[in-house]
Design a protein around this ligand. Structure first.
Ligand code: MLT
Length: 235
């Protein structure tokens, strides 16, 4: 169990890693793939995004992402899931850069398996996790190395769904914290996420509608998995 950048890249080796960024990168990537995007390349910064784009046919990709919640100048799309409608993304490769979510995905790319998790695809993620015999690491992207309420809450929901009862006594502190958070606030997802730091930041930027959307449970069966540098729906 890890948050922000507080884990070493060695720690992911050999594991199945679930990366959560509820607001909003993981929710937006799930939505984009659900709506038919060909795949998502997660990058650490804008420079990497434009370098990758130079080698692709201009009709095949979209430059996507945000810095501080706001669409990057010159990019096609920002990070609101509502921008990722089927008629915009179908068949396209999305080159995606966000403040915390995509750098976290890049840091986890040395894992045996990397999965993107959110409330939107929680049930399907748990089903996939049931199939693995590997050690599972849940990574909450957070905000600039700090913990994010909504990511911990989603981790708690995944644990709750996966384990189905109380955690074992030797569960790591991070897992216990996430579980306790979900037990406290799980009945009131939207209102509690609206009160979170990033919830308020997004509302201030005019993205308040993104919050109830990103708190919708099991809207999609798509589980994005990393295959040769591209996040694609697991088959
Ligand atoms: C991030 O990567 O930090 C987020 O996705 C930011 C956002 O909400 O756009």
């Amino acid at each position: 169990f890890a948050t922000g950048r507080a884990f070493s890249e060695d720690e992911v080796k050999g594991k199945t890693v679930v990366v959560i960024d509820v607001l909003r990168a993981s929710s937006t990537i799930v939505t984009a793939l659900h709506n038919g995007a060909r795949g998502v390349i997660a990058v650490e910064d804008m420079g990497d995004a434009t370098r990758i784009a130079q080698n692709l046919d201009s009709s095949s990709y979209l430059l996507c992402g945000e810095q501080g919640g706001v669409k990057i100048e010159g990019f096609h799309l920002g990070n609101s899931p509502f921008e990722y409608e089927a008629d915009v993304v179908k068949g396209r490769t999305l080159i995606f850069n966000s403040t915390n979510g995509t750098p976290t995905l890049v840091r986890c790319s040395g894992a045996k398996e990397v999965i993107i998790g959110s409330f939107l695809n929680a049930g399907a993620v748990v089903e996939r996790l049931r199939e693995t015999t590997r050690e599972i690491l849940i990574v909450c992207s957070g905000w600039k190395s700090r913990l994010s309420f909504e990511d911990m809450l989603c981790a708690g929901y995944l644990l709750h769904t996966f384990i189905g009862a109380d955690l074992p006594d030797d569960a790591p502190d991070g897992a216990q914290l996430a579980d306790a958070l979900y037990k406290q606030y799980g009945g009131n997802l939207v209102a509690s996420v609206e009160r979170s730091n990033h919830g308020k930041r997004l509302a201030g930027l005019g993205f308040e509608a993104d919050i109830p959307y990103c708190c919708t449970i099991d809207k999609s069966n798509v589980v994005p998995v990393l295959m040769d540098g591209l996040f694609v729906p697991a088959s």
